[in-house]
Design a protein. Structure first.
Length: 383
């Protein structure tokens, strides 16, 4: 039986990224690909698989060795964690790693800002729930009906979480805050995507870890959450919605407490405040946004993809002087890293799921190159 289409290409990618940042000689790539696929693969297929994607995806190093494009052993990201699979594009490095393990190996006081959209149900990114989502069979994912002939993206259904799930959620965010806190420099801002049903629990759990609450950023966006008539009684109660149609998304804002005054903290750590949009306009806590554009979804088909225009504004704001490193520990498609690249910042990320890591490796440069009407526009509510 032949191999499914693309399997040699994917195995080459896994092998080369798995050795990252070290380059691998062609014969070693062939041996590992064959082991992975459980059969022999002609040297010519491996060679052409590599050559086809060089220099976009792979870099030829010396005589017949290959590494991932843009990855160097001396890049700041690679030196900050245990060696492992990673991809680097300019100043952005994404590690294929568990956020908690990676944070444990990250040097203390080395992160200047965090922008992240963590998993919420804690179950929604489990392989069985992702399989249900792809099969259109629900589970924790709600598959909205098509609208005007357009298929709409699945949404995690937070209302199905029980008391135990909610307790686990608090444990998760408490653990996250504890793992993150020592890695932040004093004055580092942390922005965490949330939702109106759970934000109070997340804010409480993070606050328990010593992070100082600094408010919320409201993303004004019409979502597909809420607004439905009662289930199985649509006709009977036509004038009723069970919950309000959600038109905003809270992004929680925290800061590691300052060392001294804001001015002293800025001078020592380059953090403590938020970057202004312009001399006239401070960064504001309400941002008009739209659902992620289809063009971005095509480049980065992740179920929780956030739009570049919005992310670029947030990411830009977290480094008050534009100096330092921004982290997204739950990177998904790498959209935060792409936003950081687009605004000219250094950025690190971790993503635990192999499929999303590979997706991000392809999507980051493409998303970063997109034009948006975003950060720095004259009036943030008129974009
Ligand atoms: C809500 S999604 C982020 C999507 C992202 N905002 C985007 O625009 O693509 C959360 C991501 O965290 C990843 N994740 C879950 N647990 C993780 C962990 N322990 N370490 C690293 N990544 C994790 C999931 O695989 C998922 O891709």
């Amino acid at each position: 039986m032949g191999l499914p289409p693309g399997s040699v290409r994917d195995a080459i990618y896994d092998v080369v990224s798995g050795a990252c940042p070290a380059p691998l000689p062609l014969d070693e790539i062939q041996r590992r690909v064959e082991r992975r696929l459980g059969r022999s693969v002609p040297r010519s297929s491996i060679r052409s698989g590599l050559q086809l994607k060089t220099p976009d995806q792979y870099l030829r190093v010396g005589r017949g060795s290959y590494s991932l494009a843009g990855v160097t052993a001396s890049n700041p990201g690679a030196s900050m964690a245990e060696p492992g699979p990673c991809v680097t594009f300019g100043d952005a490095t994404l590690h294929h790693a568990d956020a908690f393990e990676w944070l444990a190996s990250c040097p203390d006081q080395s992160i200047h800002g965090v922008v992240t959209d963590p998993p919420y149900g804690l179950v929604e990114y489990r392989p069985d729930e992702l399989a249900k989502m792809r099969a259109g069979r629900g589970g924790v994912w709600r598959i909205p009906p098509s609208f005007d002939g357009n298929a709409r993206s699945p949404l995690p259904r937070f209302s199905v979480l029980g008391e135990e799930d909610l307790a686990n959620l608090e444990v998760f965010f408490n653990r996250f805050g504890q793992a993150l806190f020592p890695k932040l420099v004093p004055g580092a801002h942390v922005v965490v995507a949330s939702n109106p049903l759970l934000s109070h629990r997340v804010a409480y759990s993070l606050g328990q870890t010593g992070l100082e609450r600094r408010g919320e950023i409201i993303r004004l966006v019409q979502t597909m959450r809420g607004g439905d008539r009662p289930k199985n009684a649509h006709d009977e109660y036509r004038g009723v919605s069970v919950m309000p149609r959600s038109q905003w998304e809270p992004w929680l804002l925290f800061r590691r407490p300052l060392e001294g005054t804001v001015a002293a903290n800025l001078a020592k750590w380059r953090t403590g405040g938020l970057r202004r949009i312009s001399d006239r306009l401070p960064f504001g806590d309400v941002i008009k946004s739209s659902p992620t554009r289809p063009a971005e979804r095509r480049l980065a088909p992740h179920p929780s993809l956030k739009p570049q225009a919005f992310l670029r504004e947030i990411v830009r704001a977290v480094l008050p002087l534009g100096e330092g490193v921004v982290l997204d520990p739950f990177a998904g498609s790498g959209s935060t890293l792409a936003a950081a690249l687009a605004v000219g910042y250094r950025c690190l990320g971790t993503e635990v799921n192999a499929e999303y890591f590979e997706l991000a490796a392809r999507a980051i440069p493409a998303l970063a190159a997109l034009r948006t009407n975003s950060a720095g526009a004259a009036n943030p509510l008129d974009r």
